[in-house]
Design a binder for this molecule. Structure first.
Ligand code: NAI
Length: 465
């Protein structure tokens, strides 16, 4: 009864999508998840609750700072953090229940508990979950990632927290120190700054968003400063200790040692694959020692036949949508469909406001390759729709090959950049050029016209600037 064609360990966007697709393709699938609800980090404590809070806090911030400019007078704006948190929780609840429904619909058998591979591994693999032992010729590891720790800044879940703690504060911190100026630090730093916290970001490198295009990151940096965040760059965190009701953070900055005090500290210095406790070494699955990454071949198979891995466990960006693509490709390749993912065309979005969205290499990366390229830029200041929205901050930047105009990359800093980037991804997937975007009719007045104008700008023929 506990024999399956495929056992998936991990019910996040990688694992549950792989389970659905494998089931669609005719496999008998078991899915093991340690949380009581499905959806993994993304739905339970990551992308979804953080975006719910980003949307709510932006609504609050706009009510306070920009409604009056639209001629909307609402008097005193009050924050009801309890309702905001409850709304976030109900969004999460609805979506995780939705995934449970999808498992039923697709006849995937769900087991709740910690899945662990049981040696020896032969033609059939065994996985222990609670009292039960499941077996299948194929096991997919989709256990995701966990926050990287700084040993001298130990999480205590109350004063020093990871992102899970920082989406559930019961009151607005007076002073929040964020260690790490990346995705999590600046998304959640934005949430609490909008809700009234003083936010200080301590970043090790000389700039924030080290993986983003430098010009875009610089524009976002200025915008976040306007929101009230302060940045200490080139700052190494030495330690953090809780003293009474505050945390003392010792750092070495540009001018030497310094000390910061805050009521909460969020540590957001990256994530690492979550591969411990799965019994991987016992069955002989190789991991990269330093990073914990599980190397796989193009079928997502590890060094052990029949054991596969996807998502944050394997190389590539740690993004939910990348894990989903891995999940689909894994299941299809099992059935002999030669699905291939273009990892260089995976979009990435940072949900600060305005948003940052990009696909393809940064300008600095293109420069390094020595490839000749042309750039088109369009500031949102000239976008009629952005003006109507009172959201004319930001720009669209298009990079194209100088010889054949092939679209190399698009970087956007602007409202709803997360939705705008889809067009760029589609054109790149079809091997299109900047001119292709420039010749597509874009509805007026929409933000998407800014992408068209930036694409025309590659050939210095933007119309509206
Ligand atoms: P991150 O890699 O985005 O940023 C970490 C930052 O911390 C970097 O700027 C790094 O230079 C800095 N740093 C590292 N060690 C430090 C230290 N000791 N002191 C001070 N600064 C230090 O990592 P983050 O924000 O933790 O996010 C983890 C991952 O989660 C992301 O890489 C992304 O894959 C995923 N994520 C994606 C989101 C999205 O798609 N919008 C949102 C949130 C997370």
């Amino acid at each position: 009864m506990n024999e399956f064609d495929l056992i998936v360990i991990g019910g996040g966007p990688g694992g549950y999508v792989a389970a659905i697709r494998a089931s669609q393709l005719g496999l008998k699938v078991a899915l093991i998840e340690k949380r009581a609800t499905l959806g993994g980090t993304c739905l339970n404590v990551g992308c979804i609750p953080s975006k719910a809070l980003l949307d709510s806090s932006e609504a609050y911030h706009q009510a306070k700072s920009s409604f009056a400019r639209h001629g909307v007078q609402i008097g005193d704006v009050k924050l009801d953090l309890g309702t905001m948190m409850a709304r976030k929780d109900s969004v999460v609840k609805g979506l995780t229940q939705g995934v449970a429904g999808l498992m039923k619909k697709n006849k995937v058998t769900v087991f709740t508990g910690i899945g662990k591979l049981v040696p020896p591994s032969g033609a059939t693999h065994k996985v222990q979950v609670g009292e039960q032992t499941l077996s299948a010729p194929r096991v997919l590891l989709a256990t995701g990632s966990e926050p990287t720790r700084i040993p001298t800044v130990p999480f205590d879940g109350k004063f020093i927290v990871d992102s899970t703690g920082a989406i559930a504060f019961d009151k607005v911190p007076k002073h929040l120190i964020v260690i790490g100026g990346g995705y999590i630090g600046l998304e959640l730093g934005s949430v609490w700054a909008r809700l009234g916290s003083k936010v200080t970001v301590l970043e090790f490198l000389p700039r924030i968003f080290p993986l983003a295009d430098a010009e875009i990151a610089d524009a976002a940096h200025k915008s976040l400063m306007k929101l009230g965040l302060t940045f200490q760059l080139e700052t190494k965190v030495e330690s953090a200790t809780v003293q009474g009701n505050e945390v003392v953070v010792k750092v070495t900055g540009k001018t030497g040692p310094a000390e910061f005090r805050a009521d909460k500290v969020l540590v957001a210095v990256g994530r690492r694959p979550y591969s411990g406790g799965l019994g991987l070494t016992e069955v002989g699955v190789k991991l990269e020692e330093r990073t914990g990454v599980v190397p796989v071949n193009e079928d997502f198979e590890t060094n052990i036949k029949g054991i596969y891995a996807i998502g944050d466990l394997i190389p590539g960006p740690m993004l939910a949508h990348k894990a989903e693509e891995d999940g689909v490709a894994f299941a299809e390749r099992l059935k002999g469909i030669k699905t291939k993912i273009h990892y260089d065309r995976i979009p990435s979005v940072i949900y600060i406001w305005p948003e940052i969205a990009s696909v393809g290499p940064t300008e600095e990366e293109v420069k390094k390759t020595g490839r000749e390229y042309r750039v088109g830029k369009f500031p949102l200041l000239y976008s009629p729709r952005a003006k109507c929205m009172d959201e004319a901050e930001g720009m669209v930047k298009v990079l194209a090959d100088a010889k054949n105009d092939k679209l190399l990359a698009v970087h956007i800093f602007g409202p709803r950049a997360s939705d705008m980037i889809a067009e760029a991804v589609a054109v790149m997937e079809f091997g299109g050029s900047a001119e292709d975007i420039g010749r597509i009719c874009h509805a007026h007045p929409t933000l998407s016209e800014a992408l068209k104008e930036a694409a025309l700008g590659v050939d210095k023929r933007a119309i509206h600037m």
